[in-house]
Ligand binder design. Structure first.
Ligand code: NAP
Length: 637
């Protein structure tokens, strides 16, 4: 990422005006080695907003000094950084200055890795022979973000793998979901891998096409397609104890075949099985009924009367994206939603800012750090129940109550002249009790003359539309059933049978999946489920970060197995039981067990089975270096 001076000097001169002062300061420390840039008067002010102002509260004359110092450094040719890897102590100091807050020391080793100053992937202590490696094979099911992360890790280690994907293209969620407005609500610079070429994101929160394109680029960069079998569905898998192999059945366009592997990884994620809620009379409806995850490009909405059932993340993206081109849209809301405003949510990233991200050394790492932090663990304390808090119905602690007030004020300001909507839109449960949503012009869209928010219960579908409990019929051409996903089954959908003929579905009692670290299950040797039980980020963060933590853990397990000549490992039941106890205890103290709302994080008995209760830094530490004493080990037969 060296700047080709002087050809690019002009570009830097022009771009620097739009640089984020926090990141420019850190670039100065790396390039000059001068720590005075971490002291007053240069220190940025704390700003916890999701997209902060780039001037960082630094006075204009000091900003100028910082920019001039950068220009001077890069005017001297292609400078080498004085500090390429700051080490943990200096990194912590830099992080604290960059954010203007007292970052806890345990984040330093995590961020040192996340920012690429030290390698993340597991290493061999002695590389095995090619013949030994050739006896290994990892079968990865699903070709979304998790599979790509793991594939890259396995490639580095030289461990053979195959990815099978039932769809005709890789990308998982971002390939399947193509409803209007579909995009990410974690900022791209944190919702992207820590490795590989940096993507020139055009927005802070991009749409699915750009994400899919990014995943394709990563796959090309790491030669993943050679290991990828598209339109190939795993229909079942059985552990063969004698041969220490998973024996899987694959369905392809040419029929069924058997595939053997030494390890099996479910990378199908949590949110890919649309919950096709049935409504009384839905077979009578003469128009189109569609779930957003089953959208196809030929669905025409222009000028149509559209119903959208549900007000989750999907509806929140879909409705504002279609409202100006449909004749009308009626949103059927069962529960009101809290949504955080984000200034600049739909803004493009300017050419100049993109130039800095692409060319100025260290700038992109610090930009990524900022995004990681702002969408990271910061919210978690506001989600913890305070037993002494006197108003537990409306909030779980004082800070949560402050958020409640701010978010309520936001709703009121967005809906100021519509008391009818205000009455329907201010939730009664504590903020963030359901999945956190970012406002995508949701409330403003509800104010449009062609948009109606219906809070009466749906009684049934008629031939022409939807009839609510009050007997009123509304006619529609298209009904979008944005009712979410079936989450409880997770990897059990793959019909996996472990040691002793135990089916994963039975092991998980159909509705209560558990796995050590959200990854491994007793009696299912050499099997890992990525983004499995209690591994879904719920307080913020990025699924891609989770996928990298899990890839590191899985590959480190495989490295140790191979080096120690182990043919099978499965986690001990007592280790899992203890982990589940700790997860449940933690969740009891968290907002997601609050009785005031339902969430898809909980199963029928109310247990939170999908969301992770830990800080990201804790999960990173837990998954960094596997302890095989926690496993039952079987030597290679
Ligand atoms: P969801 O969050 O589960 O929301 C489903 C909605 O349907 C809820 O409003 C629910 O009401 C309603 N609903 C369910 N059954 C119903 C019924 N029988 N009658 C009436 N209403 C019913 O699903 P989602 O919006 O598809 O989002 C799922 C997850 O996908 C998100 O939480 C997120 O993790 C992911 N996602 C992410 C993005 C993004 O990154 N931007 C976008 C889309 C999806 P209740 O609230 O009353 O249950």
């Amino acid at each position: 990422m060296n700047i080709d001076v002087p050809r690019q000097e002009l570009a830097l001169c022009s771009a620097i005006a739009e640089g984020d002062i926090r990141c420019l300061l850190m670039v100065l420390v790396h390039m000059s080695g001068d720590e005075r840039w971490l002291e007053p008067p240069y220190r940025p002010k704390r700003d916890v907003r999701l997209i902060p102002d780039p001037d960082a509260g630094v006075p204009p004359d000091i900003q100028d000094e910082i920019r001039q110092a950068i220009l001077k450094l890069f005017a001297r040719g292609n400078p080498k950084p004085v500090i390429a890897d700051p080490g943990e102590e200096l990194l912590l100091k830099m992080m604290r200055t960059c954010l203007g807050e007292n970052v806890a020391p345990e984040y330093a080793p995590l961020m040192r890795e996340e920012m690429g100053f030290v390698a993340r992937e597991a290493r061999w202590s002695r590389r095995p022979s090619d013949a030994t490696l050739a006896r290994q094979h990892v079968l990865i099911v699903g070709a979304g973000v998790c599979a790509i992360a793991l594939a890259v890790t396995l490639s580095h280690l030289g461990i053979p793998y195959t990815i099978v994907e039932k769809n005709a293209e890789l990308g998982g969620t971002w390939y399947v979901n193509r409803y209007p407005g579909c995009g990410v609500d974690t900022p791209n610079h944190s919702y992207s891998y820590s490795f590989g070429s940096r993507n020139p994101w055009t927005r802070f929160f991009c749409q699915r096409e750009e994400l899919l394109d990014y995943l394709r680029k990563v796959a090309a960069e790491y030669g993943i397609r050679e290991h990828l079998r598209l339109s190939t569905e795993l229909t079942s898998s059985r552990w063969d104890e004698g041969r220490q192999r998973w024996v899987s059945t694959l369905r392809t366009k040419d029929g069924e075949e058997t595939f053997e592997s030494t390890a099996l990884v479910s990378a199908i994620g949590q949110l890919n099985d649309p919950s096709r809620v049935r409504f009384k009379g839905d077979e009578e409806f003469g128009g189109l009924i569609v779930h957003p995850a089953l959208w196809s490009e030929d669905i025409a909405l222009d000028g149509k009367r559209v119903a959208v059932i549900g007000t989750g993340a999907t509806a929140m993206q879909l409705v504002p994206a279609i409202a100006d081109r449909v004749a009308s849209v009626s949103v059927f809301q069962r529960t009101a939603q809290w949504a955080r405003p984000v200034k600049g949510y739909s803004d493009p990233i300017s050419e100049r800012a993109r130039w800095l991200l692409a060319h100025l050394p260290f700038y992109v790492q610090w930009y990524r750090f900022n995004m990681f932090w702002r969408y990271g663990d910061g919210l978690l304390p506001f989600l913890r129940k305070d037993p002494a808090w006197p108003y537990p119905d409306r909030a779980v602690n004082k800070g949560n109550d402050r958020h409640r007030q701010e978010l309520t004020d936001f709703i009121l300001s967005e809906l100021n002249e519509r008391p009818d909507l205000i009455a329907k839109c201010v939730p009664t449960y504590p903020p963030y009790g359901k999945r956190i949503l970012l406002d995508n012009n949701w409330f403003r869209t509800l104010r449009r003359p062609n948009v109606e928010l219906v809070t009466d219960d749906i009684d049934h579908f008629s031939g022409d539309g939807i009839v609510t409990a009050d007997g009123r019929e509304r006619p529609f051409d298209v009904i979008v059933v944005a009712t979410g996903f079936r989450v409880t089954e997770m990897a059990a959908r793959l019909e996996i049978t472990g040691r002793g003929d135990v089916n994963l579905r039975d092991k998980w009692a159909n509705d209560n999946p558990t796995a050590y670290l959200g990854l491994t299950v007793p009696e299912f040797p050499n099997f890992f489920c990525m983004l499995g039980p209690n591994a879904g980020p719920a307080h913020g963060g990025s699924v891609i970060f989770q996928s990298e933590c899990q890839s590191r853990y899985i590959s480190a397990c495989l490295v140790e197995m191979i080096e120690r000549g182990l043919g099978a490992i499965d986690v001990r039941q007592d280790v899992l039981d203890d982990y589940v106890r700790r997860v449940d205890t933690e969740h009891e103290a968290m907002i997601w067990t609050h009785p005031g709302m339902t969430t898809y994080y909980r199963n029928k008995s109310g247990r939170v089975f999908s969301a992770m209760p830990w800080r990201f830094v804790d999960y990173w530490r837990m998954t960094h270096d596997p302890d095989l004493n926690q496993y039952r080990l079987t030597a290679t037969h």
